[in-house]
Design a protein. Structure first.
Lengths: 297, 182
């Protein structure tokens, strides 16, 4: 299938640092669906982690990436909603505020860059929805996951603040649900679906962060979801890497596999769990994979 | 389980001398702080705040009120300021368009300018100046990429990043450490 989509892939920092399964499965799925990826010629952090201490530093770091991308003439695809949110927000801020844009461009000039505002940033979910389309995904599915009932977690930064991001409805987001249902799986509703995973509070108060993640896992467990589907490296770390820790700390038992959406989609497209780096996940997925195999036979 | 930032236990009575009536005007001139004076203390932010549900100290409405009243030192020295998860729920639901999360970010930026910077931010800034990435990606992971069939990681350009950040206020906290590493 070809749809003439070609993007610069903006990996961000958390994905290459800890979450290879997301990158591996995303690249495989996008290639299969005809989305071509080009590597960033030069990279620096999107700036989001430093916004709390220096808004100016965030603006410079984000606009550097946008200016580098402008030189290639390609739009940006990110895996991390934080990067997507930041690059979208900074594009809007600098396009709307001429004085600020001139100030930031004066900073960038030193290294031969200029922000013009011509690049569009999309998160992978947005590319799948808008460029590939649910109908095309459905046509590509060779192994419908009709035996699965899962829950989704979109997280915050792809949706909020609404005024700057302008994607989906933050109070009742539907995009990930539609993408999950395109694989044949059922997507369950649960309490406080749009609540934060807690990741940004790690390092400031681990207690608050883990309580937030626990709350989400409790709600997901309540509806008997067979897996929780994420589209963010940080949310994934919060639920997958920390699930055992949360179980131990609060005397809970979840055993809920946490999958990156491209892993779920990859299975439906006929890829093997090994190809989709299921072995990189912390929470055991063997029972889930068995259910999928039995259900499909 | 760790409580990495000391919770604010400043429940001392407020003295009249603590109020800085000019503080709010300073804040509304900053990018993101413009909406501060529109807050009428309805409490939507606090009731919808996921962090406030689990923290005994973090209350966005209280922080906004303290900012309006000019309790500058109390806010800027309070550890609770750093608990905001920046989920922007408060910003989206505020009936007055205060952009609560942005006002809190402005306050954090001011706290940082006044020397209160949690170590994690200094570490990330140093890492960005050295490699472009906010975390030091282990060599093992970089090598492993090839065996996983992943392309090499795009490189950062430390010299160019440094040039672009020249004059940015926050640089003074990291200059020393990163120079040593060059």
């Amino acid at each position: 299938m070809s749809n003439n989509s070609k993007y610069l892939i903006f990996l961000g920092c958390a994905v290459p640092y800890r979450v290879s399964a997301y990158e591996i499965s995303a690249r495989k799925v996008l290639a299969k669906l005809g989305v071509e990826l080009v590597e960033m010629p030069e990279f620096n952090c999107c700036g989001l982690p430093l916004d709390p201490v220096s808004h100016e530093m965030m603006l410079v770091l984000a606009s550097r990436n946008l200016a580098v991308a402008e030189k290639t003439g390609l739009n940006i695809l990110t895996l991390c909603p934080g990067c997507a949110g930041t690059l979208k927000k900074v594009t809007k801020i600098l396009k709307d505020d001429k004085a600020l844009r001139e100030k930031i461009n004066a900073q960038l000039k030193e290294s031969g860059l200029e922000f013009k505002g011509t690049v569009v940033t999309k998160h992978i979910m947005q590319v799948l929805m808008e460029d590939v389309g649910v109908d095309n995904i459905k046509k590509s599915v060779v192994k419908p996951l009709t035996m699965l009932k899962v829950a989704e977690h979109v997280g915050c930064h792809l949706l909020r603040p609404k005024e700057y991001i302008g994607f989906d409805n933050p109070e009742d987001p539907q995009t990930l649900k539609k993408l999950i249902e395109a694989t044949g799986a059922t997507c369950l509703d649960y309490i406080d679906e749009t609540e934060c995973c807690g990741a940004p509070s790690v390092g400031v108060s681990d207690k608050v962060a883990l309580q937030l993640a626990r709350d989400k896992l409790n709600h997901v467990k309540m509806v008997d979801a067979q897996a929780l589907i994420t589209i963010c490296a940080f949310c994934h770390i919060m639920f997958d890497t920390n699930e055992l820790r949360i179980e131990k700390m609060f005397n809970e038992a979840y055993g809920i596999p946490i999958l990156h959406y491209p892993q779920l989609l990859g299975l439906a497209l006929g890829m093997k769990p090994d190809e989709l780096a299921f072995n990189e996940l912390r929470v055991d997925t063997s029972k889930l994979l068995k259910q999928i195999n039995e259900g499909a036979n | 389980m760790t409580e990495n930032v000391a919770a604010s236990s400043n429940k001392e009575p407020i003295r009249a001398s603590e109020f800085d009536p000019k503080f709010k005007y300073e804040l509304i001139k900053m990018h993101g702080g413009e909406g501060l004076l529109k807050c009428y203390q309805c409490g939507t932010c606090t009731s919808d705040c996921p962090v406030a549900r689990f923290s005994d100290d973090y209350r966005p409405r209280t922080i906004i009120r303290m900012a309006q009243l000019g309790l500058k030192d109390r806010i800027l020295k309070s550890g609770t300021l750093w608990l905001c998860a920046a989920c922007f729920t408060c910003t989206d639901r505020c009936p007055q368009d205060v952009e609560v999360a942005s006002v809190i970010r402005v306050l954090r930026n001011l706290a940082a300018e006044n020397g209160c910077v949690p170590q994690v931010f200094k570490d990330q800034a140093c890492s960005i100046l050295e490699s472009g990435y906010a975390y030091k990606i282990p060599d093992l992971r970089i090598k492993k990429r090839e065996s996983m069939g992943l392309p090499p990681l795009p490189k950062g350009n430390p010299e160019a990043i440094r040039k672009s950040l020249k004059g940015v206020n926050f640089m003074r906290y990291i200059e020393k450490k990163s120079e040593r590493n060059e």
